[in-house]
Design a protein around this ligand. Structure first.
Ligand SMILES: Nc1ncnc2c1ncn2[C@@H]1O[C@H](COP(=O)(O)OP(=O)(O)OP(=O)(O)O)[C@@H](O)[C@H]1O
Ligand SMILES: [Mg+2]
Length: 459
């Protein structure tokens, strides 16, 4: 746990996309020193599972803080859905079972510091291979569909990201295996600017997961311009976005895929945790997290019925997202070209994936499936020994979209805005604002627009 000493050499700039998932964490490190040839690497610390997934587990065991891979298997004290606890602020500030004083928020911060230090070590090796020293920035994903001012998680996530950065990057400490007392000392950081947080701070440190996931499609050579929806079905939340990849003129030059128009989206529980809980009830398994990754195999036709309420709620999140998007693009005809791609753990489960083959509004023609999203051209495996060889990404990449979209610094991300103007769903109300009127039809048979008895095309 020695603090980092300053080293010589010119700085080499990296940016870490930190997709802290409820079940596993996905990491993409972008090397910014290569200019227009910028390359991003999927990080796979020891203990990473197939698909680039590092366990989001953490525990306090016998007075020691155990993080990630080291915490796996210690059932009883290990937290396997730490991120989901942030939803309840009163709980997040309370003591973790097994700890004397550390709270859930403190443990989550230490976990993020551990991750950042692991990434810093990789950037250290890469930079030193080029005779330089690393400078690493970080963007942390946040599950939200709202603007910063209306996102209750934003101040909490910002506080965790900054403190973790202080520990893991500025001071270069990995809290893995430290005592509670050492942890408390690490977490004691002076931060006068906390009280003056503004939008720029949030944008520099955080990016909504649903926004980040769009970038992969934008950059993937397999994806043509058009209207898309991405559905990311995670362990805790469903994140969904509706957007158009469009042509544009950049610096006077025509680009087929020059811009990204974000229409709207939604983010809410439930995710696959609820599917696991329902399955655990029938299988009489005490800890539902033991079933993670086995859902597809466990779901025969009779059990599919049991998870249907959970799947319906996931579909409702998608529908709420559509309600938001439709307010910006009200010509129904345009939605006929919608293409959908599902990512995240839920996309591996047939009974869940299939639900997203229907249009989010009843009786509208089914959307098309997006072509298989091949990896973007700038995403690689980490070069071994600091040699900048370009080994294309291998294996499953259904989990990496968000981390890839977070690896781009704020100023380099195509602009998009979350809307504060539209009514947003509450955690309890996952039904689209539009859904009460979903059967109100225009004389041509299309869905009417809000406040009218005609569809947009007949108005
Ligand atoms: N084949 C699979 N591989 C991995 N996860 C799977 C698979 N099948 C189902 N799952 C479920 O998907 C979830 C993991 O997906 P993912 O990694 O996208 O979630 P997360 O990013 O950890 O969560 P969130 O985005 O909600 O914070 C787990 O709940 C797991 O049980
Ligand atoms: Mg996720």
């Amino acid at each position: 746990m020695a603090e980092r000493r300053p080293e010589g050499g010119a700085p080499r700039h990296y940016h870490l996309g930190l997709d802290w998932g409820t079940s596993t964490t996905k990491l993409v490190l972008r090397d910014y020193s290569l200019g227009s040839n910028s390359a991003a690497y999927v990080l796979r610390p020891t203990g990473t599972q197939e698909g680039g997934r590092y366990p989001s587990a953490a525990s306090v065991h016998n007075g020691l803080v155990l993080l990630g891979d080291a915490a796996v298997g210690r059932r009883g004290t290990t937290e396997y859905s730490l991120k989901a606890k942030a939803e309840t602020p009163q709980l997040f500030g309370t003591r973790v079972p097994g700890a004397i004083r550390l709270t859930y928020e403190a443990l989550a911060t230490l976990y993020l510091a551990h991750i950042m230090k692991l990434a810093l070590d990789v950037s250290d090796v890469l930079a030193r291979g080029a005779g330089q020293r690393p400078r690493m920035g970080v963007t942390l994903g946040i599950p939200t569909e709202r603007g910063w001012k209306k996102t209750p998680l934003a101040p909490v996530f910002l506080r965790m990201a900054r403190t973790a950065y202080d520990i893991g990057v500025r001071r270069g400490i990995d809290p893995q295996g430290c005592s509670e007392q050492e942890a408390e000392e690490m977490l004691r950081v002076e931060r006068p600017h906390d009280s003056r947080t503004d939008t720029a701070d949030y944008e520099q440190w955080l990016r909504p997961e649903l926004g980040a996931a769009m970038l992969w499609a934008f950059r993937s050579p397999a994806i043509a311009p058009g209207l898309y929806s991405c559905v990311d079905i995670g362990a805790w939340t469903v994140n969904t976005s509706y957007f158009r990849i469009r042509h544009d003129h950049l610096d006077g030059e025509y680009r087929d895929k020059g811009g990204l128009s974000f229409f709207g989206g939604a983010c809410s529980p439930p995710g696959m945790n609820e599917v696991c809980t329902r399955l655990a009830n029938v299988l009489r398994v005490v800890d539902p997290t033991e079933l993670r990754g086995r859902e597809d195999a466990l779901l025969d036709t009779s059990r599919e019925r049991l998870i249907e309420p959970a799947v319906k709620k996931m579909f409702d999140v998608w529908r709420v997202g559509f309600g938001h998007a439709y307010q910006k693009e009200q010509i129904q005809e345009r939605w006929r070209e919608l293409r959908v791609f599902a990512i995240g753990g839920g996309s591996k489960v047939r009974a869940v994936r299939e639900r997203f083959r229907q249009f989010p509004v009843e009786h509208w023609p089914a959307p098309k499936e997006a072509p298989v999203l091949g990896p973007p051209k700038d995403l690689y495996e980490v070069p071994s020994g600091g040699v900048p060889s370009r080994t294309q990404l291998r294996g499953d990449h259904a989990f990496l979209h968000v981390a890839y979209g977070l690896s781009v610094r704020h100023g380099d991300f195509p602009p998009f805005h979350l809307s504060d103007a539209v009514s947003t769903l509450t955690r309890r109300d996952t039904v689209a604002p539009d859904s009460r009127r979903r059967n109100v039809r225009c004389r041509c048979g299309s869905l009417t627009i809000p406040g009218s008895d005609r569809c947009r095309d007949c108005e």
